[in-house]
Design a protein. Sequence first.
Length: 85
Amino acid sequence: MSDTFTKPPVPIAGLHAGSKSDFGEDLDVDELIERNRCHEDYYKLEDCLADFDRDWRKCQEQVKKLKQCNDRVNQLRKAQEAASK
């Protein structure tokens, strides 16, 4: 056996863990999610991932719905930015 001891890896918090941002601002992740118009789809995906041990393959319907919602929100934002120029 080796005399070298290694530290166990530091666990990484889940996507929806209510953590604070590391970007110099005190931003609540939950608040950012709620401000996004796709928060319901996001929470459905999180529930599915929790049910299936974070196996994305089993949550493809929820992944697609969240992507579609985010795409719509981004298109709307771009249209609003273009209209305000």
